[in-house]
Design a binder for this molecule. Sequence first.
Ligand code: DOR
Ligand code: ZN
Ligand code: ZN
Length: 449
Amino acid sequence: MILIHNGLLVSTDGLQRADVLIDGERISAIVDPQATIASQLTDVQVVDATDLLVFPGLIDVHTHMRQPGGEQKEDFYTGTGAALAGGVTSIFAMPNTSPAITSRDTLGVALDLAQQNAVCDYGIFLGATNINMRLKADNPDLLECGLKMYMGSSTGDLLVEDFGAQYEHFQLYPRDRVIAVHAEHEPAVRYFSLHGERRPHIAAEVEVARAVALAERCNRRVHVCHVSSRREVEIIRDARARGVPVTCEYAPHYLFLTTDFEHGCVTEERTRELAEFAPGDALDPLALYQMNPPLREERDIDTLWANLDVADCIATDHAPHTLEEKNSAKPPSGVPGLETMLPLLLTAAHAGRLSLSDIARLCCEGPARTFNIPAKGRIAVGFDADITLVDPREQWTIGERPIFSKCGWTPFAGWHVRGAVKQVFLRGRPAFVGGKVVANHGAGKRISN
Ligand code: DOR
Ligand code: ZN
Ligand code: ZN
């Protein structure tokens, strides 16, 4: 047994000083630290958490693990290692791999790779196509964590832009499961691209409105990925007020970065920091900070922060690409994020922008509730002993510590943060200790939700 002694437990109810007793894979008791429970037990290993915060292991419902087919960017071992380093003990992986995960066979291949290599728990999305609407209905035993629909194009070749195909997926995918959408209106993306403008926010607004209308008409759950702009927030808030079953996630890069970064306005210092960290690479900020949807203006960011209550989850959209790819003539979209989400949020909490309870709601309880994940997201008796110990006072600079993601860089290099992940337990086993991943390949288990 393991006793996490005298830490400050974080939940949506607030902070509570308590001891957490772990028996096997589960939390077996939460007791008053004065109770000296350790002396009454034999065979107990005590972990002193005085001065530390005790979070439920974070759940990131939006990551790209790049397997199969993108192993130069990431694989299940390096990606889930990056998760642990960031205090994340559960990830959902997106299906825009090569080949894309759109069938029983391709899902099986990805699940096998994850089973052999993952060091945190995982789920894998099935990708919607223009022809696979019946797949889940015909194969209820498929082990996907949800359906991902690219209503607009992004990395990879998944795209369901036709209204009829979208509608049929909304009608046919089981009602008790989640459809997560990348909502950018493809005709708008194309139109503006022809006119030299990259994915303006009207593209996201139009398609989020459509996703909400489909959810309302078909009376089914939809989850909007990476909300990035003002109007999207308003559309979702209004829909929810009408009773439409829509959930959504915010991504850290839209909360912390603006178009200033891609325009190079603040990149002189940042470029130097990044260059120090990846010597020899000529770094074009426009390529480096390119993502779908793109970074937005200050007022959009302010709206996200002012409407944190609209978000059900914060999810990283961890989308690693190598610096070589980013420096190529056709740079791919996306940035890594698993290792930086929690330190950035803790820093924001220190600055008073959100509370520690908000972090527990958005990174632990909310994701578990949104995706019906059993026995995770809270520190409670009978729940999985997924636990992240954090030193809220430790100050450090992103980029000066080893990076676990195979892509080897971060858009937040040089940022001074306050709050560091000290130790992570995955179902009762130490998984990240002393800055190192100690879990073995395959220690992660598929989450059945
Ligand atoms: O910027 C992005 N990168 N947006 C996406 O929707 C996909 C992701 C990727 O897979 O690279
Ligand atoms: Zn997306
Ligand atoms: Zn994504």
